[in-house]
Design a protein around this ligand. Structure first.
Ligand SMILES: [Zn+2]
Length: 255
């Protein structure tokens, strides 16, 4: 069997037979790879503890008939701080769940791996747990942008007028951008969310900023909540799969 090395982030574990697991991995080149970890559910497994969701590892893979088989694993980053408190661990679960849904099998998007690793590090290391909410909001926004849904924030997405857009009003979930007062009523039907001027500024800043910087910055709680709610609705509108970890997070730690 030919073998090759792969650096990857573990997204999901699925039981296989009595003692094995199938791991869903986000490879460093952005591909989704599924690989068997033989015997990983036995307490004596050398893979145990190294290949949990959220861990980054250097793997040696053998090409199997249907799935790759992991022959060796070396930890690169276990992100241990993610498992220490509820806020951080539930936020990390959202990151891996979203990646699992949007990184289509075999379709490479290299930037996703870097975004994922930077986000998990930011969630792990930010000093104040309130900032975890900001980091997660920025992750969802950036992941959607990489997935082809970069929000249009500078001018009205419907009529291109820029005078009134971005001063607080509507955001079309369907069109993925701000609406001027003439084009959208924030409370109206048809997938329109409210977005304040400050919220618009925050979304623009998140798109331009690096995760490490986002993890060090405090924004008003109300603005973070507004942006989180909007991006959560945006994700729900455009991804066909339900992100269960996001619902769980929003019902608990995020509110
Ligand atoms: Zn307009």
């Amino acid at each position: 069997m030919p073998s090759y090395p792969l650096r990857a982030l573990v997204l999901r574990k699925t039981k296989l037979g009595e003692a094995d697991l199938i791991l869903t991995l986000l490879a460093a080149d952005g591909r989704i790879v599924r690989a068997v970890a033989k015997g990983m559910r036995k307490p004596t497994s050398r893979f145990a503890g190294r290949l949990e969701p959220g861990c980054v590892a250097d793997l040696m893979l053998n090409t199997g008939r249907n799935l790759e088989v992991i022959s060796d694993a070396r930890s690169v980053n276990l992100h241990p701080g993610l498992r220490h408190d509820y806020e951080r661990s539930t936020a990390a679960s959202v990151v891996v769940d979203v990646l699992d849904k949007i990184a289509l099998e075999g379709q490479a998007e290299e930037r996703l791996f870097g975004l994922a690793d930077a986000t998990l590090s930011a969630i792990e290391h930010t000093e104040r747990t309130e900032r975890v909410h900001t980091v997660l909001t920025a992750f969802l926004l950036k992941a959607m942008a990489m997935h082809g849904y970069r929000p249009h924030l500078d001018s009205c997405v419907s009529c291109a007028r820029d005078a009134a857009a971005g001063r607080g009003g509507g955001f079309s979930l369907e069109a993925g951008g701000v609406l001027c007062p003439a084009c959208g009523i924030p409370s109206g039907p048809g997938g329109v969310a409210r977005l304040s001027k400050r919220g618009n500024e925050m979304l623009g800043w998140m798109l331009r900023s690096r995760m490490a910087e986002i993890a060090e910055t405090d924004w008003p709680k109300g603005t973070v909540e507004e942006c989180f709610d909007l991006i959560r609705a945006f994700v729900g509108y455009h991804l066909s799969a339900r992100i269960k970890a996001l619902d769980f997070y929003a019902d608990g730690a995020g509110s």
